[in-house]
Design a protein around this ligand. Structure first.
Ligand SMILES: CC(C)(COP(=O)(O)OP(=O)(O)OC[C@H]1O[C@@H](n2cnc3c(N)ncnc32)[C@H](O)[C@@H]1OP(=O)(O)O)[C@@H](O)C(=O)NCCC(=O)NCCS
Length: 119
């Protein structure tokens, strides 16, 4: 059996001071808050460019949103492997952390809007 694509989701903790002020000011006043880490998103080399990456990303965001209804999570976090992965995530609205530009976040509110827009 060939694996076409995969990703992982896990719990994560975000340092609130690392977030953009406009987003951070609307969050509870704690130094660290829960988030969801989307890891290892990848599509088989021979299957790239066929929108599987997008399908997988949307699937991961929907699952993250569903989970956040039960257990709090302020955003989905990703760590881009390289500049290409970085532009892939920025295309879907992810924002870079100022101090760690290869790390990005998408606030759960934006995840919700994105999921609604593609329904
Ligand atoms: C990044 C990755 C998941 C994209 O998957 P894919 O199936 O090839 O991408 P899609 O066909 O779904 O493309 C969706 C959109 O993202 C864009 N895109 C895809 N790969 C991109 C890249 N490397 N850089 C910039 N944009 C990219 C596509 O052009 C498309 O945009 P469009 O609607 O404007 O045409 C895939 O290239 C991959 O597995 N890369 C190696 C692992 C990796 O970098 N993972 C990221 C986590 S670190």
């Amino acid at each position: 059996m060939n694996v076409l694509a995969y990703y992982t989701l896990s719990s994560y903790t975000v340092n609130v001071a690392a977030l953009e002020e406009s987003f951070a000011k609307r969050l509870p006043r704690y130094p660290a808050l829960p988030a969801t880490l989307l890891g290892r998103l990848a599509v088989d080399n021979n299957q790239r460019g066929k929108r599987f990456g997008e399908l997988l990303l949307i699937d991961a965001l929907k699952k993250s949103l569903d989970a956040a209804m039960q257990v709090a999570s302020l955003a989905v976090i990703v760590e881009a492997l390289d500049e290409r992965a970085l532009s892939f995530y920025i295309k879907y609205g992810f924002k870079q952390f100022d101090q760690e530009p290869m790390k990005l976040y998408l606030p759960m509110k934006s995840v919700e809007e994105l999921c609604q827009a593609i329904q």
